[in-house]
Write a protein that binds this ligand. Structure first.
Ligand code: SAH
Length: 218
């Protein structure tokens, strides 16, 4: 068995199943997406370590366990249209794509967006679109979405994202808190009502933008 494949299986058993990830669909996808492909060459040897890893421009590739928790929390169905904010490396995008009908992903840094797009295309992910822009405003032309995932920490739930959730049980998973520590929450929309559940404490790079943090803030 190739080395990375072996390490990936261990990651799924020890870091994910062993810590309570139950969705077989999520476990299966995470057992097949090559995380090493989304990392800078200097980080490849750490691809299946139990940690977030540095990407270029001060950004990070999320820890596998966090990717699994967030993906599971979205409760995806194969017919779902998904919006992701914070493409970064594209690793999370690659995990979402086999579990949904279409994934729309927004990244504010053009270089990261382009690199992620290239790897995703290389892996044959045809149901993914990546756009450069301020994801706190969502992707209004493609709304509504059955599920929205934000992979950067927000001061509060951006109103534009809430508005772009499907009225019929749309789910938004987002880290909300200060610039250092956040709580991962799931907002479920039914009509004009939103229910919010707390999932776990977490630490993400800041969501910068009109309905996020200011670039030069504290
Ligand atoms: N899911 C990614 C996480 C990347 S870190 C991965 O696992 O690789 C968070 C990303 O959010 C960064 O790439 C950052 O540039 C991006 N980001 C921050 N604010 C944003 C905004 N308003 N719109 C779109 N992307 C944003």
């Amino acid at each position: 068995m190739p080395r990375f494949q072996h390490l990936r299986s261990l990651m799924v058993e020890e870091q994910l199943r062993g810590r309570g990830i139950r969705s077989e669909a999520v476990l299966e996808v995470m057992g097949s997406v090559p995380r090493e492909r989304f990392l800078p060459p200097s980080q490849e040897h750490r691809a299946y370590h139990d940690q977030a890893l540095p990407l270029s421009q001060g950004q990070t590739v999320s820890q596998p366990y966090m990717v699994a928790i967030m993906t599971e929390a979205l409760r995806l169905r194969p017919s779902d249209r998904v919006l992701e904010i914070g493409t970064g490396s594209g690793y999370q995008t690659a995990v979402l794509s086999p579990l949904a009908a279409a994934v729309f992903s927004v990244e504010r840094l053009p270089d990261l967006a382009r690199e992620a797009e290239e790897v995703l295309a290389d892996l044959g992910r045809q149901n993914v679109r990546v756009k450069v822009g301020d994801g706190t405003l969502g992707w209004p032309e493609e709304a509504p979405f059955d599920a929205i995932l934000v992979t950067a920490g927000a001061p509060e739930v951006p109103e534009a994202l809430r508005a772009q959730l499907s009225e019929d049980g749309g789910r938004l998973v987002i880290p909300v808190g200060d610039r250092m520590v956040q709580e991962l929450v799931r907002v479920t929309r039914t009509g004009d009502e939103c229910e919010t559940e707390e999932i776990l404490a977490c630490r993400f790079v800041p969501l910068l933008g009109k309905e996020g943090w200011e670039s030069s803030g504290p």
